[in-house]
Ligand binder design. Structure first.
Ligand SMILES: [Ca+2]
Ligand SMILES: [Ca+2]
Ligand SMILES: [Ca+2]
Length: 138
C-alpha cells in the first residue's frame, strides 16, 4: 500500500506542475496545465489536466475517487493520527463532489474545472491567460 501511495504522490507533483525552482509556484502551475505552451489555457487543456488529476487521485484505478483515496493522495491525514481516522472534508473536495456522495467521478472533476475556468476568465474569451490565472487555479 505505501508503495502505491508514494507513486501517487509523485504523480501529483507531475500533474500539478514543474518542480523547478526557476519558476514561481504560480507560473509552474500554469505551465503544467498549458500543455502546448502557447501561454493560454484552453478548455481542452483544463479537461486534460483534470483527467490527469483524476488518475492521480484514483489510487485503485476503479474510475472513482472515494474520499479516502483523496485523503491519501493529498496526504491530508496527519502522520500522528491513527489510520482511517476521520479527516474533515476540505472545500476543494466538496467543490468537486457536487452530489455530496463522497465519491468523485471523472465527470464531476471535469465539471469543477470548467466552472473554475469560467470564474477565472475575466475577459470571457474562453481562454485563461497568465494574467487571469490565480492559484489554486484550475
Ligand atoms: Ca478509486
Ligand atoms: Ca460525487
Ligand atoms: Ca481569458
Amino acid at each position: 500500500m505505501s508503495r502505491f501511495i508514494s507513486a501517487a504522490a509523485g504523480a501529483i507533483v507531475a500533474v500539478i506542475g514543474f518542480s523547478s525552482a526557476a519558476f514561481s509556484y504560480e507560473e509552474s502551475r500554469f505551465l503544467g496545465i498549458d500543455s502546448n505552451a502557447d501561454n493560454m489555457i484552453s478548455a481542452d487543456e483544463v479537461d486534460a489536466y483534470r483527467t490527469r488529476l483524476f488518475s492521480a487521485y484514483d489510487l485503485n484505478g476503479d474510475g472513482k475517487v472515494e474520499y479516502e483515496e483523496y485523503v491519501q493522495a493529498e496526504n491530508l491525514r496527519p502522520s500522528t493520527a491513527t489510520a482511517n481516522s476521520d479527516v474533515p472534508i476540505p472545500d476543494e473536495y466538496r467543490e468537486m463532489d457536487t452530489d455530496g456522495d463522497t465519491v468523485v467521478t471523472l465527470e464531476e472533476i471535469k465539471a469543477a474545472g470548467a466552472l473554475r475556468l469560467k470564474a477565472l476568465d475575466k475577459d470571457r474569451d474562453g481562454l485563461i491567460s497568465k494574467d487571469e490565472f490565480v492559484s489554486p487555479g484550475l
